[in-house]
Ligand binder design. Sequence first.
Ligand code: SF4
Length: 341
Amino acid sequence: MSNNEDRHSVGAGYQQGDESERYVREGATAGTAACLLCPQHCPLRPGQIGRCRARGNKEGAVVSLTYGEVAAMHLDPIEKKPLYHFYPGSDIFSVAGYGCNLSCSFCQNHEISQARHEGHRVSPAELAQLAGDSLGLCFTYSEPSVWYEMIRETAPLVKAQGGKVVLVSNGTLAGPYLEDLIPWIDAVNIDIKGFNQEFYQKFCGGELSWVLENVERLAGRVYLEVTTLIIPGANDDPAEIRGLARWLEDLKVTVPWHLSRYFPAYRLNLPPTEPKALETLWQIARERLPYVYLGNVSGGSSTFCPRCGEEVIEREGYVIRTRLREGHCPQCGTEIFGVGM
Ligand code: SF4
């Protein structure tokens, strides 16, 4: 382990002596240190690695094992995150470290989320520079929150150069750490993987309540969209989709919602979601919410004015044609929700 890893650890790093230190020490018992970065609260003996594979106990202290190690980076359309009402048509530099604190059997990025390899090494300054000409920097592909120190150190640099900082996350992060990130984050897409606790436990190794609490924490404070991958027979009960639509409506802020088609991946080999079934759930969600989109199918990705029904942003794949006039519907003048529209 390098000196870098020693320095960049929750409780012993760049914020030495602050609140974050408390979260490690409170959980420590003789010979173990509890990582409290996320609600999994892994108890770690010296030399042991946490369930996210990104953090471990080194000589009694919980440290990041992946600091500065990049698993993937690409320039992506913002629509790929997906974010449909945040600077539509922009490209954003996107990056991932290794690891994830959930273990979804259907993970589409399991090569980097459920494994640990030597990554390409970058510093926060280099990463901010790479983001330079695009909209900003997006932490995505695997679970960004287990790369907490990299986000916390890179985000201020990106913002200082006028860029936006985006997270695509499973929403499983301890509240105090998310609070610490919020001032540095512009937009988030959270996966709510199902509206059913049993599903979260069986398929993801997580808890629905952890995620819902963080969506509530973020709502109205950063720009927010939500994604649900619809898996046949697992999380596609119309009553649950109706329940989640109602829950999102009750947040009292507009939250665009993406319902994506499942294809077999990693350890789950169910048949792909029927497009017709996805469309039925889409209609149910649209009874409550003005902006609901389909993913991984053709159609269902354009934006319509919630007042007059005019198509205001047409999307075909990642090709965008906007008809907005300074963020307003060209037909009836209604303001269309979003940022940088
Ligand atoms: S961040 Fe990783 S090591 Fe820490 S509690 Fe979560 S899963 Fe465990």
